[in-house]
Design a protein around this ligand. Structure first.
Ligand code: PMP
Length: 365
């Protein structure tokens, strides 16, 4: 059998493993931060009709610039993000992963460096490697917050071309104050990407970096329909930035990267925004219920603005992960000693998780 080592692989890919959460059979799958609520029936009906209409034109290439979809996304951000956003400021691709890849293809690449504050979304360094961008781990405090002065000093020293700030952060749930984003922006002449995949789940008072865009042409805010919108299967991510950033991305995007079916489905979903986001409050309530129940089990959590909770501390997190799986509850071992991450979903899922944890915690904390 041929192995990867027998192939003329790029040296920086040698020895690496592909990204992916284990897809194990379990009754309660709380490991990938999806929204478990089913899509509203009215949306499903409209999707059927919209896709049938779009299908009639499948002999043609899609709108390469996704103009109507970008208008709808700009309107959504304007309505909910606390800032006016124009269509020219928005760009969309197949998941925010592709958006981030395009950003690194444009502003990173060979001889360039990206810096992100770990632990954070593990795809950031993987996309960096895939685009030939060097990666530097930024420091966080022990409570997983970012110390603004220390982070700005590190950014000045490393002088990265791209800085990633994930807010709310995955896997910790930690939101980054806007003042910190501003300090980091001022500390670099590179692009600052605020990855806001979980922004809609933030607690009251946690602001989006969208409000910082005016006057900051190197700031990029990325979002996704995979989480709060409950449409992870659609693969639709997007960003807001200065129109010049969107123009720059055109240099690397593949022509017709976003299929007409995806564009039609995303626009239909956006027309149902209110119904889709109605589940966000319910998910937040489950998150807060998990957080509130942990001290009673002798456990703790990191304050979360997302739809998941990093909880612990366990003597042996992988052993606790296995014990939960034996109770049919699949959570995520993100490789942080003592901690596990659970996605907040339905009330039934929270009950199952807390019941299982009640049995597992005494032996493992
Ligand atoms: N950013 C963060 C912080 C994430 O956690 C995820 C998904 N796990 C993504 C981006 C990518 O999401 P998608 O490609 O589905 O938009």
């Amino acid at each position: 059998m041929t192995s990867l080592d027998d192939l003329p692989l790029r040296p920086e890919l040698r020895g690496r493993s592909p990204y992916g959460a284990p897809q194990l059979p379990a009754r309660y799958r709380l490991n990938t931060n999806e929204n478990p609520h089913p899509l509203p029936p009215a949306l499903l009906a409209d999707l059927g009709a919209a896709l049938a209409t779009a299908a009639r034109e499948l002999n043609r290439y899609p709108d390469r610039d996704a103009l109507e979809l970008r208008s709808d996304l700009a309107a959504y951000l304007g309505r909910t993000g606390g800032a006016t956003i124009a269509r020219e400021q928005v760009w969309a691709a197949n998941g925010s992963n592709e958006v981030l890849q395009q950003v690194l293809q444009t502003f990173g690449g060979s001889g360039r460096t990206a810096l992100g504050f770990t632990p954070s979304y593990s795809m950031h360094p993987i996309i960096a490697a895939g685009t030939g961008t060097a990666w530097v781990d930024g420091h966080r405090r022990p409570d997983f917050g970012i110390d603004p002065a220390a982070a700005a000093a590190q950014v000045r020293e490393v002088a990265p071309d791209v800085v990633f700030v994930t807010s709310p952060n995955n896997p910790t749930g930690t939101a980054v104050p806007l003042d910190t984003v501003c300090e980091l922006y001022d500390a670099t002449s590179g692009v600052v990407v605020v990855d806001e995949a979980y922004a809609e789940f933030a607690r009251a008072g946690t602001a989006s970096a969208l409000t910082l865009l005016p006057g900051r042409p190197r700031l990029v805010v990325s979002r996704t329909m995979s989480k709060a919108f409950g449409m992870a299967g659609l693969r639709l991510g997007y960003l807001a930035a200065d129109p010049a950033v969107v123009d720059a991305l055109q240099l690397v995007r593949l022509p017709y990267h976003l299929s007409s079916l995806t564009q039609a489905a995303a626009r239909t979903a956006l027309a149902h925004t209110d119904a889709l986001l109605a589940t966000v409050d319910a998910v937040r309530a489950e998150r807060d219920r998990i957080v509130a129940a942990l001290p009673g089990l002798g456990l703790t959590s990191v304050p979360s603005d997302a739809n998941f909770v990093l909880f612990g501390r366990f003597a042996d997190a992988p052993a606790a992960w296995r014990a939960l799986l034996e109770h049919d509850v699949l959570v995520r071992d993100v490789g942080l000693p003592g901690w596990l991450r659970v996605t907040a979903g339905t009330t039934e899922e929270t009950e199952a998780f807390l019941t299982a944890l009640g049995e597992v915690a005494p032996e493992h904390r």
